[in-house]
Design a protein around this ligand. Structure first.
Ligand SMILES: [Zn+2]
Length: 88
């Protein structure tokens, strides 16, 4: 069963649900810093937060949810999924 971090906002933006926006500070992770880590899931989607304070605030570990099955999909995969869904 999943495991929704308690600190994740009840209402996620679509970008958060697709792992394209930090659920802590709302930074768009497509900005090239590539320091986001998986912090949880929501309905099968991987949620991300900036490594460090944001991740710690959401899931209690600054390095994120290290045990996430399958790990964090690449940013390219997440963007592809976002764009595919947007077209349908
Ligand atoms: Zn952040």
């Amino acid at each position: 069963m999943l495991t929704r971090p308690t600190a994740v906002p009840a209402t996620l933006t679509e970008e958060m649900a697709y792992g394209l926006m930090c659920v802590g500070c709302r930074r768009d992770v497509r900005d090239g810093r590539a320091d986001e880590v998986a912090v949880g899931e929501d309905r099968g989607w991987t949620l991300v937060a900036c490594r460090g304070a944001c991740a710690a605030g959401v899931c209690g570990d600054p390095d994120g949810w290290a045990d996430k099955p399958g790990g964090l999909p690449s940013l390219t995969d997440r963007i592809d999924r976002w764009e595919d869904d947007g077209d349908s």
